[in-house]
Write a protein that binds this ligand. Structure first.
Ligand code: FNR
Length: 183
């Protein structure tokens, strides 16, 4: 069986290392997985007052996520947590109550940082929200990609072989996770 995966990247930067890593992951993934890279740049900030007549971007996000089997998150770390734009997407998708688009979809988290702590804080803050959202997030292997500026060349290609091997095994494990937990 084939499974569709939403890829959600917590950086809006054109040259984002998280985005570059997401592209590598989609490229090297096992063939039973296909991907929808979801753009979260223009999702209006969550405001309960808008729920009666939700912005079209909210509806689009919720519909796109409903259409997939599983979720792959890539997050930078901003001040030891997830960027606001990613948290906002989680909040928008979680509403209205009882209608969360995330509910029950298996997921995985990759944190990508130029620093040496490798986005640990963001990775685990994201996991905290995913636990509440009933997104079972793959526990192992964990993916903390640090010192990322040294892993890619000027053309945006991943040139570090051991990282490539790790990401390949990560996606093989994720394929199993999705096959076991998606419904
Ligand atoms: C950062 N960065 C950062 N890095 C880190 O390891 N821990 C942190 O807490 C922070 N905090 C932080 C806050 C803000 C506002 C910015 C803009 C940046 C650095 C961050 O890891 C780096 O900019 C990455 O390159 C961001 O990911 P993308 O945009 O390359 O995907």
């Amino acid at each position: 069986k084939n499974y569709k995966i939403a890829v959600i990247v917590g950086s809006l930067r054109k040259e984002s290392f998280n985005l570059k890593t997401a592209k590598v992951l989609m490229d090297i993934a096992p063939k039973s997985l296909s991907f929808d890279l979801i753009d979260i740049a223009d999702i209006p900030m969550y405001n309960q007052d808008l729920e009666a007549n939700p912005p079209k971007e909210w509806v689009k996000l919720r519909d796109k996520v409903r259409a997939v089997d599983a979720l792959l998150f890539l997050t930078p770390e901003y001040n030891r947590s997830v960027p606001g734009v990613l948290k906002n997407a989680l909040d928008v998708g979680s509403r209205p109550p009882g209608k969360s688009c995330w509910d029950g979809k298996p997921g995985a988290v990759v944190s990508v940082s130029t620093g040496s702590i490798s986005g640990f804080g963001a990775n685990h803050h994201l996991r905290q929200s995913l636990t509440f959202l009933n997104v079972p997030a793959m526990a192992q292997p964990e993916a903390y990609i640090g010192g990322v500026a040294e892993l890619f060349n000027e053309e945006g290609q991943l040139t570090n072989d051991s990282t490539k091997d790790f990401l390949t095994s990560f996606m093989e494990a994720f394929e199993k996770w999705v096959h076991t937990n998606a419904h």
